[in-house]
Design a protein around this ligand. Sequence first.
Ligand code: LIP
Length: 254
Amino acid sequence: MIHEIIAIVKEAGHIIMNARNIQGAVESKEGRANFVTKYDVEVQQFLYSELARLYPQATFIGEEGDNKELPGEYCFIIDPIDGTTNFIQDCRHSAISVGLMYHGQMAAGVVYNPYLEELFYAVRGTGAYLNDKPLKLSDLPLSEGLVSVGTCPYYREKAEETFALSRKLFDHAMDIRRSGSAALDICYVAASRFVLYFELKLSPWDYAAASLILEEAGGRISVVGGGELPLIRGCAVVAATPKAYEEFNGIIVI
Ligand code: LIP
């Protein structure tokens, strides 16, 4: 079934790549610099409709949905365009994120960047893949890699803590980066492009699919300070190689 889900996600990618006059289709949501476009809604509606054909009994949690329905046996957790601000600004670094939860545990995850045609996916217990090539991360320490930071643009109360932690990590890592797509940041750890990513306030649709991809690639992902990621409410997230994860935990207690 994963390849049917992948086909639907890739089809949804055409909505992003064919988008025109994006700046004229922007609406603001709650909080500063929290945007949605008609394309976010169009991608989500397409995904809901097509995935419901595959899993008629599934429920849906989506960034642009009302999310009033309690998760069922099968539940899709969807960010139609992760990196919406990047999309609006034509930064060409955004992804469609589709996670499938089964009995409260991530069973499958698909993250697709249509700009690069890079499709990350995993099914629990069967490994992680990038464009059908197996992903197994290199367990590198902070000093041998890049750290990506999520700056919580519409959760300003986290800014001081975010930049203070970034400053500490800057002293340990090769350098730091800010990409604007949490799902891709986590997948980049799985692909050994980053050694660590953190963001102090994220929603389940930002990390659900990518969390399984990273775990299946040999990485660690948890709530900052420890604890399993919740899948029906937001939290602070750290995603890393095992070595960098341990170093991070040493740094945050200082
Ligand atoms: C975005 C995340 C990003 C975070 C932004 C936003 P969206 O998701 O991918 O890492 O910093 O605040 O949450 O809202 O563009 O789908």
